[in-house]
Ligand binder design. Structure first.
Ligand SMILES: NC(=O)c1ccc[n+]([C@@H]2O[C@H](COP(=O)([O-])OP(=O)(O)OC[C@H]3O[C@@H](n4cnc5c(N)ncnc54)[C@H](O)[C@@H]3O)[C@@H](O)[C@H]2O)c1
Length: 462
């Protein structure tokens, strides 16, 4: 516990759902000096946490779990939260349902578990469609649970830097009809010094959906720009830099790649599109954002087929499986779509990820091999694709590894690697929206050939 902090209410704060958001929120509150009780329905997860271990890979979590062990309780018993905790954060998952709408069954289960007569502030951190808070409040009143006050406090953390993000938020959004309830939550986060956006519940819910939809739009936009760059021979890295220096645009989220994934963007964009549709509004822009993202994942398969002639029998190395670096989360990861498409074309796959466990093989096509060292994935491969921009893949840019491949074709799906460095090491480098870079030896041979024939200089790129 941090001795410099003012003494806090001795009552513990409750967390319902100890996933990425719930556990990190609980750890942040512990860091701020609170006792925290974390409830989950997943017994195995609770047992892991009780043993002091993180149930997933997230930098900083292990350390905080150890440091605050005395102030943290992990339980499957709702009576340890509903009653003893005056403020309870709801951080359960809200996955996409079959219609694309958010599946709120876990949230509804939590509401159902609150006993009559309980006094608490229920803080919704799960991402829910706008209007959910109003419906829950109405339901709580209709079922006589007048002691439950509702606050929407959406979460903006990014997996891979979740601990940092929760402890250094750029804003705290609080939506509530009851100012005292909002104040109770604001007081918990006040030591972090972030600007507070205090508003009604529906607006707070919309902030989260709109923010994620905008970020996804930015990604799909720059992916389309990259595809045009490919067609006209421009370099998207320069284009993005030139755009990003404009303060009205900003440089963040202007890195093209093979599509966004993860547990948030795909589902939140779909949920906002459906929410709009359910209210009679056709959110056309989001339909395009989603379609561009899906096509972007598949585009690389076509590129590969064009280069290799055919994918049937080709050995393809996938470098990175998690939807982004710094996490082992595979939800909606582009790697899974790519693997399925490549296998459908007859390729055999060898995959690597520095943190994703072997359980991923259940999600990958039969016959996929998983290697522990990234370098081993390259041996004998006809092509390697950088799917997740893990920094350690920069170390693969070595002549001996280019030489170990059947064909040193390096398809950089995240524009991670410096093309010149790759070419110098002997790789045929292909990025997203950037001119291709041939190995130095090939370039030199081309120059010699051209000197011989006095033909016009070739343009690097496709
Ligand atoms: N993961 C992110 O990067 C992120 C960022 C911002 C917001 N969010 C939102 O936060 C919410 C949680 O996301 P997450 O990634 O932490 O999910 P998660 O799947 O990692 O964790 C959810 C946890 O809730 C538990 N749970 C489900 N039903 C329960 C119940 N009735 N009672 C107690 N526990 C229950 C599950 O067992 C699981 O441990 C989602 O709405 C998500 O959209 C996620």
């Amino acid at each position: 516990m941090n001795e410099n902090l003012p003494s806090t209410d001795p009552a513990p704060v409750g967390i319902v759902g100890t996933g990425y958001v719930g556990l990190v929120t609980g750890l942040a509150l512990a860091e701020l000096g609170h006792r925290v009780v974390c409830l989950d329905v997943d017994r195995a997860k609770v047992a892991t946490l009780r043993a002091g271990q993180a149930p997933f890979h997230e930098p900083g979590v292990d350390d905080l779990l150890t440091r605050h062990a005395a102030g943290l309780t992990f339980t499957t018993d709702p009576t340890e939260v509903f009653g003893p905790c005056p403020v309870v954060f709801v951080t359960v998952d809200t996955p996409p349902g079959p219609s694309g709408d958010a599946d709120l069954s876990r949230v509804e289960a939590v509401v159902a578990a609150i006993p009559a007569g309980t006094e608490l502030v229920m803080v919704m951190k799960s991402t829910v469609p706008a209007g959910t808070g109003r419906r829950i409040t109405r339901h709580l009143r209709a079922t006589g649970r007048h002691g439950v006050r509702y606050v929407s406090n959406p979460e903006f953390l990014r997996e891979g830097s979740a601990v940092h993000d929760v402890l250094h938020p750029e804003r705290v959004v609080l939506g509530a009809d009851d100012p005292a309830a909002a104040e109770a939550v604001a007081a918990l986060w006040a030591p972090l010094g972030a600007p507070v956006v205090q508003c009604d519940v529906a607006s707070a819910e919309m902030v989260k959906l709109a923010a994620n939809a905008f970020l996804a739009t930015k990604i799909s936009f720059v992916n389309e720009i990259a595809n045009v760059c490919d067609a006209v021979g421009a370099d998207v890295a320069t284009v993005a830099r030139g755009m990003g220096l404009d303060s009205r645009i900003g440089a963040a989220f202007l890195n093209p790649g093979i599509g966004y994934g993860g547990s948030c963007f795909p589902k939140d964009v779909a949920a906002l599109k459906q929410l709009a549709g359910n209210s009679g509004y056709h959110f056309q822009l989001l339909s395009a954002v989603i379609e561009v993202n899906e096509l972007q994942k598949r585009r690389i398969v076509v590129h590969l087929a064009n280069r290799l002639g055919q994918l049937q029998g080709a050995r393809i190395a996938l470098l990175g499986l998690a939807f982004k670096p710094g996490t082992d989360d595979l939800r909606e990861a582009s790697s899974l779509v790519l693997a399925a498409r490549l296998a459908a074309e007859g390729a055999t796959l060898v995959v690597h990820d520095p943190v994703v466990g072997d359980h991923v093989l259940d999600l990958l096509p039969p016959g996929t091999a998983k290697v522990a060292r990234a370098a081993d994935a390259l041996v004998g491969a006809d092509a390697a694709i950088v799917v997740t921009e893990w920094p350690e893949y920069l170390d693969l840019v070595r002549p001996d590894l280019a030489g170990a491949m059947a064909r040193p074709l390096l398809v950089d799906g995240r524009n991670l690697i410096d093309p010149e460095a790759a070419a110098t090491a002997g790789f045929e480098w292909v990025g997203v929206g950037r001119p291709d870079c041939l190995p130095d030896a090939v370039d030199r041979q081309l120059d010699l050939d051209l000197d011989d024939t006095a033909a016009p200089a070739p343009v690097a790129g496709s």
